[in-house]
Design a protein around this ligand. Structure first.
Ligand SMILES: Nc1ncnc2c1ncn2[C@@H]1O[C@H](COP(=O)(O)OP(=O)(O)OP(=O)(O)O)[C@@H](O)[C@H]1O
Ligand SMILES: CC(C)(CO)[C@@H](O)C(=O)[O-]
Ligand code: BAL
Length: 351
C-alpha cells in the first residue's frame, strides 16, 4: 500500500515499493538511497541533498531497527517523529545548475519514503537478546568488535543484517551514509564488497561529512534530543574539543606526539570538564586503522604511521580518531570522530 504525502510517495509494504522500483528500472532512472531511523535533522538532510544532486530519484527509509539495540539500550524511548520527518523531507530540493548536463531537468525533491513494519523486516521475529534470536543474520567478522563494537558488541550484527535487507528491497544505484557513524559506514562498504553486491556496488556507497552545530561544533545526532540545553551547549561538545586536541598533537609539523600522548591529551580535556560537572563519563577515545580497524600501537607517531603505509597521494595514511561518552542525567551516549590524513581515500565526500 502507498499513499501520497505532498510530492513524496510513502510506501509501507515491500511489494508496493518494489512496483515503484520496477518502474524506475524501466525508465532507466538512477535511485539514490538514505537509510535512517527517523528523528531527522540537518545531518540526515545533508545526505538526502547529496542523493538529490547525484540521482534521478531519491528514497529515504525510516525504520527503528530493534536488532541493533541491546536489551538495556534505548529502543523504546528512541525519538519517533514521523510528521516532522515528512515535513523535513518535503522541504528539501535540488535544482541542477545552468552549467550542468541535467540543467534542463526540473528541480528534484525526495520521491519516496519507505516505512517497513517490524514483521516485514523480521519475518522470523526479532529479539534484542541475541541468544534468543532465530532466523538469518549478517555478521561482518573481524570488524564488529573494535571502537563502537567494544561497548556495543551486537550493534554491527544488527546494522549489517537490517541494511542487507534494506539494500535487497530498495536496490539503490547509490547510497549515502554519515561520517558521524564512521565505523558503520566503512563496515557497510566492506559488506557490499564481501557480498558482491550490485545494488549498491561498493564504489557507490558514499560517506558524507559530519554536520555540526555551527556554534558548538557538536555533531548533530537524533539522540541529542535527550539532552538539556545546558548539556547540549556545555557538556556534549567536549568530545569534539578533545578530539581536536589529539589531532593538533598528531599533526604537529616538527614534533608530532605519539598515539599514546594524543589519547592522553584527549582524555585530559574530558577529565577537566568532568571534574567541574559530574555529568560526563568517557567511554573511549582511540585511534584505529580504517583498513583493519586495529588500534594503532601506542608508540606510533604520524611520521612513523605515514612511512609504514602505502602513499596516499601525499595526504597521509588515514587514521580514525574516534570516541564516545555518556552525557547528562539520562546518560545519553554520544559519538564523534575525525579522520586524520587522507579522508578522500576512504570514500568521504567533500562537505
Ligand atoms: N551529524 C551527522 N552528519 C552526517 N550524517 C549523519 C549525522 N547524524 C547522522 N547521520 C547519518 O544519518 C544516517 C542515519 O542515522 P540515524 O538515523 O541513526 O541518525 P543519528 O542522528 O545518527 O541517530 P543516533 O542519535 O541514533 O546516532 C546514518 O548514515 C548516520 O551516519
Ligand atoms: C544504518 C541504520 C539506518 C540501520 O538501522 C542506522 O544504524 C543509522 O541510522 O545509522
Ligand atoms: N546512528 C547509529 C544508530 C544507533 O546508534 O543505533
Amino acid at each position: 500500500m502507498s499513499s501520497e504525502a505532498g510530492e513524496i510517495q510513502v510506501f509501507e509494504s515491500v511489494a508496493a515499493y518494489r512496483e515503484w522500483r520496477r518502474k524506475a528500472y524501466e525508465e532507466k532512472k538512477s535511485v539514490g538511497y538514505v537509510a535512517t531511523m527517523g528523528a531527522l535533522h540537518e545531518g540526515h538532510a545533508s545526505l538526502v541533498r547529496k542523493s538529490l544532486e547525484n540521482n534521478d530519484l531519491t528514497v529515504v527509509s525510516i525504520f527503528v531497527n530493534p536488532a541493533q539495540f541491546a536489551p538495556h539500550e534505548d529502543l523504546t524511548s528512541y525519538p519517533r517523529t514521523l510528521p516532522h520527518d515528512l515535513a523535513v523531507l518535503r522541504s528539501l530540493s535540488y535544482t541542477p545548475p545552468p552549467s550542468s548536463p541535467s540543467s534542463n531537468e526540473p528541480t528534484r525533491t525526495p520521491n519516496a519514503v519507505f516505512l517497513p513494519s517490524i514483521h516485514d523486516m523480521y519475518p522470523s521475529g526479532i529479539s534484542q537478546d541475541v541468544t534468543h534470536q532465530k532466523g538469518t543474520f549478517v555478521e561482518v567478522k573481524g570488524y564488529s568488535h573494535q571502537m563502537e563494537g567494544t561497548t556495543r558488541p551486537t550493534f554491527f550484527r544488527g546494522v549489517a543484517t537490517v541494511v542487507t535487507k534494506l539494500f535487497h528491497i530498495i536496490e539503490p544505484t547509490r547510497t549515502y551514509f554519515g561520517q558521524k557513524d564512521i565505523q558503520q559506514a566503512l563496515l557497510l562498504k566492506r559488506l557490499t564488497r564481501d557480498l558482491i553486491m550490485a545494488h549498491p556496488s561498493p564504489e557507490n556507497l558514499f560517506i558524507v561529512p559530519t554536520s555540526r552545530d555551527p556554534k558548538t561544533n557538536l555533531a548533530l545526532s537524533s539522540r541529542n534530543a535527550y539532552l538539556t540545553p545546558h548539556e547540549r551547549t556545555h557538556l556534549a561538545p567536549t568530545l569534539h574539543t578533545a578530539l581536536l586536541a589529539a589531532r593538533t598533537a598528531w599533526e604537529h609539523p616538527t614534533s608530532p606526539s605519539t598515539k599514546a600522548q594524543c589519547i592522553a591529551l584527549a582524555r585530559a580535556v574530558i577529565q577537566e570538564c568532568a571534574e567541574g560537572e559530574q555529568e560526563i563519563k568517557l567511554d573511549y577515545v582511540e585511534m584505529n586503522d580504517p583498513e583493519t580497524f586495529d588500534v594503532l600501537p601506542d608508540g606510533v607517531d604520524r611520521t612513523i604511521w605515514e612511512g609504514s603505509g602505502e602513499s596516499t597521494r601525499g595526504k597521509g595514511r588515514p587514521v580514525v580518531l574516534s570516541g564516545a561518552m555518556w552525557v547528562g542525567e539520562k546518560k545519553t551516549r554520544l559519538i564523534d570522530n575525525i579522520i586524520l590524513g587522507d579522508r578522500a581515500s576512504l570514500g568521504i565526500l567533500e562537505g
